[in-house]
Design a protein around this ligand. Sequence first.
Ligand SMILES: *Cc1c(COP(=O)(O)O)cnc(C)c1O
Length: 224
Amino acid sequence: MESSVTLKERYARVKASLPVGVTLVAVSKKRTAEEIMALYVLGHRDFGENYVQELRAKQPLLPADIRWHFIGHLQRSNVKHIVPFIHLVHGVDGAPLLDVLHKRSVAADQVLDVLLQIHIAQEETKHGLSTEEARALVAGWDANRWSALRLRGLMGMATLTEDQALVKREFEGLARLYHELRPMAPDPDSFTTLSMGMSADLDLAIAAGSNMVRVGTALFGERG
Ligand SMILES: *Cc1c(COP(=O)(O)O)cnc(C)c1O
């Protein structure tokens, strides 16, 4: 039971560092169903996964009231596997993916919540829309074409760097874009989520206005 004490302490520590109103998504990629269950029994319900095959394997083994967040790069061909149960898709990067998410949500007779991923980091490897692309997509949002989708906000990942000033600037830039786009959103009252911050840059993200953080390592320890 040694490890469950550790998890409990880590969970308490992370939660204590979050202001009221900040949702904690426990990032459970590369964690077993047992590890996820250990956090579930402590009362946690929001879990984030990056890989469709891995999520599909674990989801049926775990309680149905878990809110699964898809935080990875989503291929259009994989949408059908997660739409029936996914709670929020964080990584939407353009109209082609929105079209598939809409089509599959219609088929599943449900409304799906999505975030637009914005590319704020310096690394080319990170996915997402530029500021300009995001503005154009939100301004031109076609409520009929995507009637089964609900645009809930933005998501971003800062550069992986020791340079705190750079990370701070990137998060502040994303927060500015979020506030700029909100009045233009198809439903501003639903556009309420700013998903930014991970284990290493949690505090900077919260200081910049994040209201949803995605935390793996600080909860579960280093990934193997
Ligand atoms: C892995 C991952 C996280 C969590 O990273 P940690 O450093 O383990 O907290 C958060 N967001 C995304 C998009 C990720 O891929």
